[in-house]
Design a protein around this ligand. Sequence first.
Ligand SMILES: [Zn+2]
Length: 277
Amino acid sequence: MEAETENFIFWGTRGGLPAGEVSSSKYGLATSCVQLALSDRHIIFDAGSGISLFGKQIDQNDRKPIDILIGHYHYDHLIGLPFCAPLFSGHHNVRIFLPELDGGKGINAIDKLISPPLFPISKEMFSETVSFHSFVPGNTLKLDKICSVETSLFPHPGQNCGFKLKKFNKNTLCYISDMESNSKNTLDKVIEFSKVGTHLIIDSSYTREELKSRKGWGHLCLDDIEIIASAIPEIQIFLYHHDIFKSDSQLENDSYSITSNYPNVRLAKQFDKIQLS
Ligand SMILES: [Zn+2]
């Protein structure tokens, strides 16, 4: 693979709803979506409204396969799917990987959300180059001969699947959007999962104070991230799944302590392109 072409891009960094005010523009308004651009394929984590922006800018001559990994089925992680142009163009072999969560098949959630009366069209309108693949979290997905993705469940209402994309170039990217810490063991599991990585993108929706009234909503707070960051100081950590009601300055103020004390931690910013060495 050619190292210089490899990077990942945040197309959507918010959780809940693609909404907000102009004062929130720096970190974006779109919901969860990260693109890992490899020399031979695009790997997409989650299909929040941000995936529409990925689809809009893709080069007309690009024919690389696209693998979309869905972590869970809350609508903020799916709503962009029927707005993603490559699913209609027929120019790409698109595989959409769906974890079985709480014993249920993800395709049922897709069928529910993308069909009348919730949406004007159904998934049958996608190009025939689009396919869906169910998997059991805990299993490893082999995307090709080189690229494999470890998967693991994390606590969230309805469960959430985290991903670890191993050994592309020298990098290992972990993506864990949406999880709540229900015991110290939960954070230990995150540390264990991501400690061999180079980059970790992780839910950090709230401050400790905010979390007090939002127990059970399924999210981490910045104090949780501090525990993780101190345990794996060599991993670059991106604070992700920002609350939609927070302005840019609020996000920066809330995370000021952790980003100044831990140089390995920063806020995920929409359109930020992280070059991989
Ligand atoms: Zn969720």
